[in-house]
Design a protein around this ligand. Sequence first.
Ligand code: AMP
Ligand code: MG
Length: 407
Amino acid sequence: MPHPSISNYFISLNEAKSLSQSIKIPIEEEEVNIENSYNRILSKDVYSLVNDPPFDNSSMDGYAVIFSDTISATQENPIELEIIDFISAGHPPIKKLTSGSAAKIMTGAPIPEGADSIIMIEKTKEVDGKVLLYCPSFPNYIRLKGENLTKNELILEKGTFLTPHNIGLLATSGHSKISVIKKLKISIISTGDELIPPGLEIKKGQIYESNSYVLEGLIKEIGHIPIRKKAIPDSIEKLRIELNNAALESDLIITSGGVSMGDLDIVRKLMETEGEILFWRIKIKPGSPPLFGLWGETPLFGLPGNPVSSSVVFQMLINPWLKYITNSKGPKEKIIKAKLTEEIKNKKDFLVFPRVLVENNEEGLIAYTKTHQGSGNLRSLTTHNGIAIIYPHIKYEINSQIDVLLL
Ligand code: AMP
Ligand code: MG
């Protein structure tokens, strides 16, 4: 008997997002060293342990001086000051500066007591323990204590997706370890009698399996653990075994292929009879036949087999789900506006996702399609650098502004 939800006819992408987000899974935290925190999601707010810089320091190689001593310095009438100290980065100054004296100072070295400005080395000349200044010094060559970070200040919020700069900031602020969301284990199961792995000799009727490699990379990019399985044939029995195994070892199952209307669409058939389906089919093109449900307790996204469709549905539906359940603010979607240089047809009720090439020319950002757009042509995701978002209610003509999700 068909599952009751199977009668639902094509829901919108937003409805699909909110239905999938009604299913949650337990999310755990762990502590990691910051060198292992790339692409991880912070599970707690992080506060700075220090002021940065921790002390006033010089932003130039030069001399620490008292500004009022230097005001009248010119090329013709330089000022002469006595050099009383040499201060380099990592070494605290010993002597206090008084009027008429200067301390030679290197970038990053602490400002000595009494000094209020720096003159860069290029504007001076050193002669017999004295320095000649050919112009006034600059107060703004001093980097003030705490101007970058204040001790106990919130520097990165819970949910931050850790990029190289975020990780650098954690180091600057004194953290060697941080709490992050435990990576989710995500099984990828491709289905199809025709699929063989690259490397084997191809026979008539066969194709090389590619979706699992794309999905593996997309999962790694957002900081989780893909478990890429060997593709299985279109067999309900084999699928049942694979799903049972995957449910034991992973937090989420992604299947590819076998969710449409065909006689061998085994993922849909098995989910109808032995799983639980929350929805099937979304008003998007490409990628309309995905399903979402539970295999036992484990959430399952059934992606269509066409390579462009499976990637697009991952990006438009699974990625937002993973971000939602892990409370992650990243990686940030890069959606830009670009000017269309050709007409693109919208589709009644459906969101359409043509792959477009975005270029920056004298008119600003422009977008156009370059190669074949068929949902079976994975190449369209490599020759283009964006996925345009074409809404059903808008007419798109040459020069229309469109939204593009950068790949
Ligand atoms: P399906 O969704 O199973 O009907 O498959 C739709 C199309 O995608 C068919 O042409 C399949 O051969 C192709 N396909 C399915 N799975 C994969 C895969 N893992 N890699 C590459 N192509 C696939
Ligand atoms: Mg198939």
